[in-house]
Design a protein around this ligand. Structure first.
Ligand code: M6R
Length: 606
């Protein structure tokens, strides 16, 4: 992960580096640092913790310069600490790095033998010494080419040099990197978001490329050092809302925004007059597709798991769902009639990107479902279907999850209709249901006070379980993930029917268990499984939907009823109480809800 910024200018850069680092904190927030070059000296300030702390340190040290690089870290090699924070510098070179250098141990040994002294436990420090070493006998360009050839693994790099006073070198393999163009200054950044407040003109480095950035000139080179031409792209105006408003946390705001984000997304994709789904730009004929693979990580993966049920129900496609980090290393048989769909809020997740890259190299049909339309995954897919959620800042994914499910559902209906599987009447009925979804989400958000109360039991327990069948099984996984991620409580999501095959042994008196059982085809079976856990002492929080029919079970601890709607859309509503359960649990414990420990919003290492 980690975020990189670099600015070379004819005016002071420190404040702007700090401001950009604040924007990059979604990529990592365990430590931060910057280095500037002034009067022939590299000045470095770093600290453990947030950019806010770095800002305070800088005001004490008065570090200034017209060229500088900055970094926010998510630790891979070496624990989060000031010493391991980037930049890592030798006397002549300072480096910021996103990614992992896989051969750092061996490179370190070689450099130590040559007399180089290491201060940190990071893999990055080898780069600083390697560059220093090669510079002794090579010109700058050859140094960069040779150093990049020596490094194994993935990286995005920003480097400044004592002896090249207005130059930043950027290099990319695996991890994304953008260059921005300004008046008498140019920029390097992990993404365009970090550069948007300074410029709307950017270029992206391709894999293996490096660049030399000066205040009035940018040059790009391929792996061999041949000049590469670049398009300068215009970024869209940034009128997005990054403000918490009156909310205490972004997560609370993002949960509450869901009726609006659902409505916006439905409006983007549904033509209300013709009652059609506007996905007209498919780059392939539907008859060329007979199977579909849905790929993502974490919450995005859960949205794929739910979509599997929809695709199986409404299309004739063979459906496979895969975790990106598994997919990328499997011995796969690529098929020309398969559509590969990549789901990612950030569009920068390293494993998902790598999976996409493999499919592209095998000339497969690729489609991405993303929130950030300027992201690497969006740029490199044949078809991009945005989820139109607006920025999601909280590390825990909430509104993006509903957006991902929504776009997957609409893609499924569209393919089903085009393939003549679903008839027009059913198709339009389902579209009509989608038009009421936003309002039903709004009503479901009112189920608040009960969840606040029950959440105390979850944080006091030594563990909890989330159970569901069918569409509700991936929702159980998602509910458990949210609770783990935010409240640091052990939680397991399980298919309700699997409990008797082992996990039932975990149930003991008072253990909180969430059972997700809307009145769908699986309802009765799930209720039976619920009774089995109640009989063994579990305190069951049942999430079901409103109905005139009684629930035939005794001793349910608490019941939360979501609104009523068509069966296949229940996942949108049953998710909401689980998001709140995790939110309130973390709040009772006083944890940092928007930035949970050990995590980052965008996972750009594998
Ligand atoms: O940006 P992406 O959707 O690709 O991110 C994938 C996961 O890292 C992400 O969903 C993660 O699991 C969330 N923090 C869960 O709330």
């Amino acid at each position: 992960m980690c975020g990189i910024i670099g600015i070379t200018s004819n005016k002071e850069v420190t404040t702007r580096i700090i401001n950009s680092l604040k924007k990059l904190e979604y990529r990592g927030y365990d430590s931060a640092g910057l280095a500037t070059l002034k009067d022939g000296f590299i000045n470095e300030v770093k600290c453990e913790g947030r950019v806010e702390a770095l800002e305070k340190n800088i005001s004490k040290t008065n570090v200034q310069g017209e060229i500088g690089i900055g970094h926010v870290r998510w630790a891979t090699h070496g624990k989060p600490s000031t010493i391991n924070a980037h930049p890592h510098s030798s006397e002549t070179v300072s480096v910021v790095h996103n990614g992992i250098i896989e051969n750092s141990t061996i490179l370190k040994k070689i450099l130590e033998k040559k007399g180089y002294k290491f201060k940190s436990q990071t893999d990055t420090e080898v780069i600083a010494h390697l560059v220093t070493d090669y510079l002794k006998k090579n010109n700058l360009k050859n140094t960069i080419i040779k150093v990049l050839n020596k490094l194994h693994g993935s990286f995005a790099l920003g480097i400044i040099f004592k002896d090249y006073p207005n130059l930043i070198v950027g290099a990319r393999r695996g991890s994304p990197l953008a260059v921005g163009y300004g008046p008498n200054e140019n920029y390097l950044g992990s993404d365009s978001y970090a550069l948007k407040s300074m410029t709307n003109k950017v270029s992206y480095l391709n894999d293996g490329e490096f660049c030399l950035i000066k205040e009035n000139q940018v040059e790009f080179f391929d792996t061999k050092g041949n000049k590469a031409n670049k398009k300068i792209l215009n970024l869209s105006q940034d009128n997005q809302n990054y403000d918490k408003g009156d909310y205490k946390h972004f997560m609370a705001k993002e949960i509450d925004e869901q009726p609006t984000t659902i409505k916006n997304c439905v409006n983007e994709y549904i033509d209300k007059i013709s009652k059609q789904i506007n996905i007209y730009n498919l780059p392939w004929k539907t008859k060329e597709i007979s199977s579909i693979v849905l790929i993502g990580c974490g919450t995005a993966y859960h949205s794929c798991l739910i979509a599997k049920y929809w695709f199986e129900e409404h299309t004739n496609l063979d459906v496979t769902v895969d975790i990106a980090s598994e997919f990328r290393y499997r011995k796969l048989k690529f098929k020309n009639d398969c559509l590969y769909v990549f789901v990612s809020q950030s569009g920068e997740t390293a494993d998902t990107y790598a999976a996409l890259d493999i499919c592209k190299k095998n000339k497969m049909k690729t489609c991405s479902i993303v929130n950030v339309v300027e992201s690497s995954i969006a740029r490199d897919s044949e078809l991009v279907l945005p989820i139109h959620c607006g920025p999601e800042i909280g590390v825990a994914s909430t509104k993006a999850f509903l957006g991902q499910m929504l776009v997957l559902y609409m893609l499924c209906l569209k393919l089903s209709f085009d393939m003549k599987i679903i008839n027009k009447k059913n198709y339009q009925e389902k579209i009509k249901n989608l038009l009421s979804l936003s309002n039903l989400c709004k009503k479901t958000l009112l189920t608040d006070s009960k969840i606040q109360k029950t959440s105390r039991t979850f944080i006091e327990a030594k563990g909890s379980m989330f159970l569901g069948r069918g569409y509700s099984f991936p929702i159980a996984l998602e509910g458990a993930l949210k609770l783990k991620e935010l409240a640091y409580v052990h939680a397991e999501g399980y298919p309700a029917g699997e409990m008797k095959h082992g996990p039932l042994a975990l149930i003991e008196e008072g253990m909180p268990v969430v059972v997700i059982a809307p009145r769908d085809d699986y309802y009765k079976k799930t209720i039976s499984n619920m009774q089995e856990v109640i009989a063994r002492g579990a305190k069951v929080l049942l999430i079901t939907n409103k109905s005139k029919d009684e629930i035939h079970s005794e001793n349910i601890w608490e019941t939360i009823e979501v609104e009523n709607l068509s069966e296949d859309l229940f996942p949108f509503l049953t998710t909401i109480p689980l998001q709140k359960l995790a939110y309130y649990s973390a709040m009772h414990k006083g944890y940092d809800i928007d930035k949970p420990r050990n995590l980052a919003k965008s996972v750009t290492v594998e």
